[in-house]
Design a protein around this ligand. Sequence first.
Ligand code: ARG
Length: 397
Amino acid sequence: MDKVILAYSGGLDTSVCLKWLQEKCNLEVVTFSAELGQGLDFDELRRKALDTGASKAYIEDLQEKFVREYVFPSLKANAIYEDRYLLGTAIGRPLIAKRLVEIAEMEGAKVIAHGCTGKGNDQIRFEVGVASLNPELKVIAPLREWSLGSREEEIDYAKTHNIPISATRENPYSIDKNLWGVSIECGALEDPWVEPAPEVYLLTADPGQAPSEPTYLEIYFEEGLPRKLNGEDYSGVELIARLNEVGGKNGIGRVDMVEDRRLGIKSREIYENPSGTILYRAREELEALTLDREMLHFKKLISRKYGELIYDGLWFSPLRESLDAFVNESQKNVTGTVRLKLCQGRCEVAGRKSPYSLYDERLSTYGAEDAFDHQAAKGFIDLWGLPMKIRAMRQKK
Ligand code: ARG
């Protein structure tokens, strides 16, 4: 019997996929589940996979790898999609795709499967990722091929096939969670005019209900990456978890947006990313202090492109690798400390300092120590405005 490696979360969709791959495709199913900070119960998940018919269940804690190889590079690039989305879900997909390929190679499987539908971005990220790493592997997406369709029919299928479903918490929303954020869609949120109910949010307090007393944070960065919080060393995983906690308490990191999926559909999305919002804000300040104007402005263009590559499933691409080389070079002097003030949904800068600061008080001061050559300004302005002056003179004639 041929083997398939299934990306398995233990939810209804992937459980139904597991059964379907055995029944309809006559495949031996090996499951793979990645702990990326969503909080998996390893024992329960393994039992569930095996009870549903898997021959073997891989479950791996990949948080450290996730942060080091995926989240941090995208953070250094300030990657962002459509000006708002910090790519929490999207940045986890290439790592999962890579592990699926590695496990398939280890297990001698020729097929990979996932539980994405035919409308979203995640199917693209998984499949383009797999194709980029091993073009020989085949991919099956049961929920895309299968004509069953509705949620109710899926539940019926699960019931008649003895798939254990947790009927206790029938969540009306579709939720994807990892260390880098939460993505929430479907249900009442499908109407973009409807305000999200308070219980939609999992990580963040309502800014209006958050403490009115501000929380101050000091984050120390080395070559663009956060290393210390309030003077204490932190690993990447610990730091992100801690910032999610403090940020969440202060109502930081909520996004409600209408976004353009790769397949042309607009969709309404709710995101929560307290740690990312805080780190992006802090890094912006540190870059403003340590990068020259040309670099700073050019890097903004890179953020957008880098964000699109992640969003569009092109992580394993020559362009992303080349942009990484540029971004790493740009971060050599992005070292220093940023002081932030969190309060009721706002994350504001309170101070910044760096041994590589390009800020020169003798140049910017209006006081007596002023070292700026005021006369040089006149010559500069004459030449800068010269083309406009010539044009204006022509028009007058
Ligand atoms: N729209 C987001 C993206 O494409 C989030 C997808 C979230 N998936 C989910 N099952 N809720 O990255």
